[in-house]
Design a binder for this molecule. Structure first.
Ligand code: PLP
Length: 362
């Protein structure tokens, strides 16, 4: 079976984790500080604040901006549900803008939703492809980047995570993992200071509380798992890019299949390699997924429905209007991710290409 995701830790990880265990300093300490430095360097920003997951990275970022009831946040409806849950937890009203055919939010659709209550835009660098950050930046709104899937991605010369508050996830399936973990990057000194307070009960000095905060801290054990991967990030993402290039070369022109866009000037980090299985294909998306599984090829549907398209969000007071987002609806029907992770070998790629081509040949 070629699985849709796989965790591969560099051999030096064990020694580093052991050293933390032996140090007796298991909670947030020097390894977390090292990981923060590595993220700040990667993003070319002065501040990185480690938190316990990607969802709390988003919540803390929205709270650091001072968001609250009555404020509006514009995002895409086509993402992992954490993007939506974080905005709801911050207490803001959510507006959904449609996407482009590269699966990222359409800045023109965002602009059409801006009102005098809009306080932030949350673009998602879905599958590892940065959204159109130049056009989004031109809107002049605070930006909270959901870069959970985009560690190492770039828009032009700038890193994903350097356009406002950059929110990363270190969950087990992400390009770099600590099991659970998150990071916020920013150039803004005041926001970084607020994030550090929010993560630690609002505490500046011992038992001196400046605001009602949380416990969003990462542990040194988690940081020790992620650090060796951070040191090899280029190698890890290059392997994904190489697999993606071979998949695209092999799958271009297959009837009914649309290979993922590579947008000039944007560096995709291929968290997922996602094709569209269109109405013209010989098999529908879900049937193709079943047939691939029977052939020993794992796939993923990210995501089968729009974030708000579940009964628990219907009539939610912070989602007064889901809007009409036909591009996003089509994406949820057509998207199918194929294995692209560094554990996928050249012969695996050949097998994926041959099997998909065979199943869809007319
Ligand atoms: C993984 C992910 C998150 C949430 O990160 P966690 O670490 O799982 O909390 C948020 N947004 C997107 C797009 C993600 O893929």
């Amino acid at each position: 079976m070629i699985s849709i995701s796989s965790v591969s830790l560099p051999p030096e990880t064990e020694e580093l984790v052991l050293s933390v265990l032996r140090s007796g300093m298991l909670a947030q300490g020097p390894r977390v500080a090292e990981l923060e430095e590595a993220f700040a360097r990667l993003c070319g920003v002065p501040h990185a604040v480690a938190v316990n997951n990607g969802t709390t990275a988003l919540v803390a970022s929205l709270q650091a901006l001072g968001l609250g009831p009555g404020d509006e946040v514009i995002t895409t409806p086509f993402s992992f549900v954490a993007t939506l849950n974080a905005i709801l937890e911050a207490g803001a009203t959510v507006r959904f803008a449609d996407i482009r055919d590269d699966f990222t939010v359409d800045p023109d659709a965002v602009r059409a939703l801006v009102t005098d209550r809009t306080r932030a835009v949350v673009p998602v660098h879905l599958y590892g492809l940065p959204a159109d950050m130049a056009a989004l930046e031109a809107l002049g709104l605070p930006i909270v980047e959901d870069a959970a899937q985009a560690v190492g991605a770039r828009f032009g010369e700038r890193a994903a995570g350097s356009f406002g508050l950059g929110c990363f996830s270190l969950y087990g399936t992400k390009n770099i993992t600590s099991g659970e973990g998150g990071m916020v990057t920013t150039t803004d000194d005041a926001l970084a200071d607020r994030l550090r307070l929010l993560r630690n009960q609002g505490m500046r000095r011992r038992y001196e509380y400046e605001l009602p905060g949380h416990n969003y801290r990462m542990t040194d054990l988690q940081a020790a798992v992620a650090l060796p991967q951070m040191a090899r990030l280029e190698e890890i993402n290059a392997r994904r890019a190489s697999n993606a290039g071979k998949l695209t070369a092999g799958l271009s022109g297959v009837p009914g299949l649309v290979v993922p866009a590579e947008v000039p000037g944007r560096t995709h980090v291929w968290h997922q390699y996602t094709v569209r299985v269109t109405a013209e294909a010989r098999l529908d998306r879900d049937t193709l997924a079943v047939r691939l599984a029977q052939a020993g090829i794992g796939t993923g549907v990210y995501y089968p429905r729009l974030m708000h398209d579940y009964p628990c969000y219907q009539g939610h007071p912070l989602i007064p209007d889901t809007g009409d987002t036909p591009m996003a609806r089509d994406a949820a029907k057509e998207a199918l991710s194929l294995p692209v992770h560094p554990g996928v070998s050249d012969s695996d790629v050949d097998r994926i290409v041959e099997t998909v081509t065979g199943l869809l040949a007319q």
